[in-house]
Write a protein that binds this ligand. Structure first.
Ligand code: IMP
Length: 177
């Protein structure tokens, strides 16, 4: 290993918790009677999903999907595939995708197209963080949390080469942008 990476806190765990509460309130209003399927995109969304659903006091199902993405580097290849698929039938269901971050938008666009083909009753996107400065394809984020600058961020589920997911804050990994 080289020298210790330098981290600086971008959003504290308190700020993240307030954002998750805000998103949960918005989602509750729209899905209270719909028995939606929430689909988390692995691995980055696991922590957000766990905190979010504990604030949703109505019937729902939880699924996860795993897509191939970055590997160890930062650039999205744009070549995305489903590595681990869904167990539930989404046809005719109200589906809400739960993402950690929308960066170029390539990953989530792929996933939304993939799910749309399965004919859900509705399909919406909730993203904890949004890095709009790097967007390569337009994405509608129905429930948007925190806007992040053009920096590489880690923590609260987000990784750099599988590290730092366990940080309670969201931090900028200095020198990686
Ligand atoms: P996109 O296809 O460029 O939008 O990238 C989506 C995926 O790339 C996310 O689900 C993350 O796994 C990863 N990613 C993008 N930006 C960051 C970042 O700043 N930190 C950690 N992971 C990131």
């Amino acid at each position: 290993m080289g020298s210790e990476p330098k981290l600086s806190v971008l959003f504290t765990s308190e700020e993240i918790a307030a954002t998750v509460s805000k998103l949960a309130a918005e989602i509750r209003q729209d899905y209270l009677t719909k028995h939606p399927i929430l689909i988390g995109v692995l691995k980055g969304s696991f922590m957000f999903m766990a905190d979010l659903i504990r604030l949703l006091d109505f019937p729902l199902e939880v699924e996860f999907i795993r897509l191939s993405s970055y590997g160890g580097g930062r650039e999205s290849s744009g070549k995305i595939k489903v590595v681990q698929g869904l167990r539930s039938e989404v046809r005719g269901r109200d589906v809400l995708v739960i993402e950690d971050i929308v960066d170029t938008g390539l990953t989530i666009s792929f996933l939304l197209d993939y799910l749309r083909k399965k004919k859900p009753a509705s399909l919406k996107l909730c993203a904890l963080t949004d890095k709009p400065s790097r967007r390569q394809t337009p994405v509608t984020i129905d429930y948007r949390g925190l806007t992040v600058p053009d920096k590489f961020i880690v923590g609260y589920g987000l990784d750099w080469d599988e590290g730092f997911r366990n940080l309670p804050d969201i931090c900028i990994l200095e020198g990686e942008d």
